[in-house]
Design a protein around this ligand. Structure first.
Ligand code: NI
Length: 173
């Protein structure tokens, strides 16, 4: 396994419409392992492939409580939301947008159709935190980021702050 570099805003890969996963071989399994390791190392509860520079429709999530984390990673290829209802408000963060949290309104319950690591069709019914994180990660697969949920009044200052952070990160090497 290997830790992957997390791409941060405004890296253009974060804005790509991801291509479908068509190859369910060893490379995908390795990507899943590396993304899970990277997610845990960064204390994330989900990670989408473009966040590690891979513009493919693939994500991993594990929203379990801290003591249960690592037991069950959900890895989904080509996920799409097929049903949803209700709304829930949440304060979300994103590993690609350091130091930013954004209040969002998400669907409270979702049904997601996807494929597993072997290409088998699966369906996930989710509510609570899992529903929220799935919507967040699926957004990534379509180039949508939390900054898009920031109110127009706040957006300019938020983007300026993110770019400033990115410059500092560049200076540190
Ligand atoms: Ni994110």
């Amino acid at each position: 396994m290997a830790l992957l570099e997390i791409r941060t805003y405004p890296d253009p890969v974060l804005r790509e419409e991801c291509a479908p996963v068509t190859d369910f071989g060893d490379a995908l399994k390795k990507l899943a392992e590396d993304m899970a390791e990277t997610m845990y190392a960064n204390e994330g509860i989900g990670l989408a492939a473009p966040q590690v520079g891979v513009a493919h429709s693939f994500l991993v999530v594990d929203p379990a409580s801290p003591e249960d984390r690592g037991r069950e990673v959900l890895a989904l290829a080509n996920p799409i939301i097929t049903e949803s209802d209700g709304t829930v408000e949440f304060e979300e963060g994103c590993l690609s947008l350091p130091e930013l949290t954004v209040p969002t309104t998400r669907k409270a319950r979702v049904k997601v159709a996807a494929q597993d690591l072997d290409g088998n069709g699966i369906e996930v019914t989710a509510e609570g935190l899992l529903a929220i994180v799935l919507q967040h990660e699926i957004d990534h697969l379509h180039g949508r980021l939390l900054v898009d949920y920031v109110s127009p009044l706040r957006r300019t200052s938020v983007i300026r702050k993110l770019k400033k952070l990115k410059e500092l990160e560049g200076q540190e090497g």
